[in-house]
Design a protein around this ligand. Structure first.
Ligand SMILES: C[S@@+](CC[C@H](N)C(=O)[O-])C[C@H]1O[C@@H](n2cnc3c(N)ncnc32)[C@H](O)[C@@H]1O
Ligand SMILES: [Zn+2]
Length: 323
C-alpha cells in the first residue's frame, strides 16, 4: 500500500539500521511512481518494489527467512482484512503499524459494517475516537491470538481523519491469553454520562448512577493504548532532532501524560450542556481534579476533553464550583 512510495522511501532514508525496504501496491501506476521516486532519491539499491495484492505479497513473506521486522499497512479504509497475513509475515518480536481511515464505520455511523470489519459494536458518543482505536486493537488481538501470537502495545493515535496503531508481535500462547483477558465492553449512560467497563456483556446493562439503560460498545481492547516508556523514548529522539514538528511533539507529550489513564474521556462541552454552565478550559478542570486527589490528564484525542478516575457527579460538582 505504498502509493507514491513516500513512506517506504522515508523508512529507507531516515531510519537507522534499515537494510532493505519492500514497497508494494496493487496499482501498477503506484508501483511505477514508487520506482521513479526511488530513482529520484537515490534509493534504488535499498528498495524492492512489487505490484500485487497486499495479502498475496504478505503471504509470500510468511515463511522463516522471508519475514519482516516491520509491516506497515496503509490502505484506504480498514486494515483489518490484512491483519492475518501481516502477523504471519512478521518475525518474532516484529512491529506492526496500521492505519484505519474508515472513521464513519469505527465511530458508529455504520455499526453493522463495524461489527463485520472489526468484530465489535461501535459507540456514537463524545469519546467515539477512543472506542475506534480500541476496536482496531481488538480486531488485531483476536486475529493474532488465532496464531498464538500476542501484541504488546507500543503507541497509537487519533489524528485528523484517521487512527493508527503500533504494536510488537510475539509468539506466545500465554501472552495471547493475557491479551484476550484485556478484551471487554464499555457501557455508556447517555442520561448521566457515566461509563463502566467489564468483560461480561451483561454486567452493566443498567446504569449504576441513574438506573437508565446503558449502551454497549465492544468487544474491544480495554488495555493501555500507549506504552509510556516507548513514548518517552520517542520524545527523547524527537528532541535531539533539529527537524522537530511542533504538532507531533504536542501529540507525544499529551500521549505520555495520558498513557496510564483509564478508558474513555469527558468533554467539557458535554458535561456543561447537562449542567447548564459555561464550559471551563479542560486544563483548569484537570488541575481542579488533581487538587481534589483524583488522577486527571488532558488527552490527545480531543482538545476539549480530559481523562479522569473521578466519578461523573464529582466532576459536575467541581465544574459548578468553578463557574
Ligand atoms: C492510503 S494509500 C497509501 C498512501 C501511502 N502509503 C503514503 O504514505 O502516501 C492506499 C494505497 O493502497 C493501495 N491498495 C489498495 N488496496 C490494496 C491491496 N489490496 N493490496 C495492495 N495495495 C492496495 C492503493 O492502490 C493505494 O495506493
Ligand atoms: Zn446514568
Amino acid at each position: 500500500m505504498t502509493g507514491s512510495g513516500i513512506r517506504g522511501l522515508r523508512y529507507a532514508e531516515e531510519v537507522e539500521n534499515v537494510d532493505r525496504v519492500f514497497l508494494n501496491d496493487i496499482q501498477p501506476s503506484s508501483a511505477s511512481a514508487a520506482h521513479q521516486n526511488a530513482i529520484a532519491n537515490n534509493l534504488v539499491s535499498k528498495v524492492d518494489i512489487q505490484c500485487m495484492g497486499a495479502n498475496l505479497f504478505l503471504n509470500l513473506h510468511s515463511v522463516p527467512g522471508k519475514r519482516f521486522h516491520i509491516v506497515d499497512l496503509d490502505p484506504y479504509g480498514s486494515p483489518s482484512p490484512y491483519f492475518d497475513s501481516a502477523v504471519r509475515a512478521l518475525v518474532n518480536g516484529g512491529m506492526l503499524a496500521a492505519t484505519a481511515t474508515d472513521m464513519a464505520v469505527l465511530c458508529g455511523v455504520k455499526p453493522r459494517a463495524c461489527i463485520r470489519k472489526y468484530g465489535g459494536r461501535p459507540l456514537r458518543c463524545e469519546y467515539s475516537r477512543e472506542v475506534a482505536l480500541r476496536l482496531l486493537f481488538g480486531s488485531l488481538v483476536t486475529t493474532a491470538s488465532k496464531h498464538s501470537m500476542a501484541i504488546e502495545v507500543k503507541f497509537s493515535h487519533s489524528t485528523d481523519h484517521y487512527i493508527r496503531l503500533y504494536a510488537e508481535l510475539t509468539r506466545s500462547a500465554r501472552s495471547a491469553d493475557k491479551n484476550l483477558e484485556e478484551m471487554g465492553y464499555i457501557f455508556h449512560c447517555f442520561n448521566c454520562l457515566k461509563r463502566f467497563t467489564s468483560r461480561d456483556p451483561s454486567e452493566y446493562r443498567r446504569c449504576l448512577g441513574c438506573d437508565n439503560t446503558t449502551t454497549l460498545a465492544g468487544p474491544l481492547f480495554l488495555g493501555k493504548l500507549t506504552d509510556g516508556e516507548f513514548c518517552r523514548r520517542l520524545i527523547d529522539i524527537q528532541e535531539s532532532n533539529e527537524r522537530l514538528s511542533n504538532r507531533i511533539h504536542k501529540i507525544f507529550l499529551l500521549e505520555l501524560e495520558e498513557a496510564d489513564s483509564p478508558p474513555t474521556y469527558y468533554t467539557v462541552d458535554s458535561i456543561c450542556r447537562r449542567i447548564g454552565r459555561a464550559p471551563p478550559s479542560p486544563s483548569a478542570v484537570v488541575e481542579a481534579l488533581k487538587a481534589e486527589g483524583f488522577n486527571a490528564t488532558r488527552t490527545h484525542f480531543d482538545g476539549r476533553a480530559f481523562k479522569t478516575d473521578a466519578p461523573s457527579e464529582r466532576i459536575e460538582t467541581l465544574i459548578k464550583r468553578m463557574a
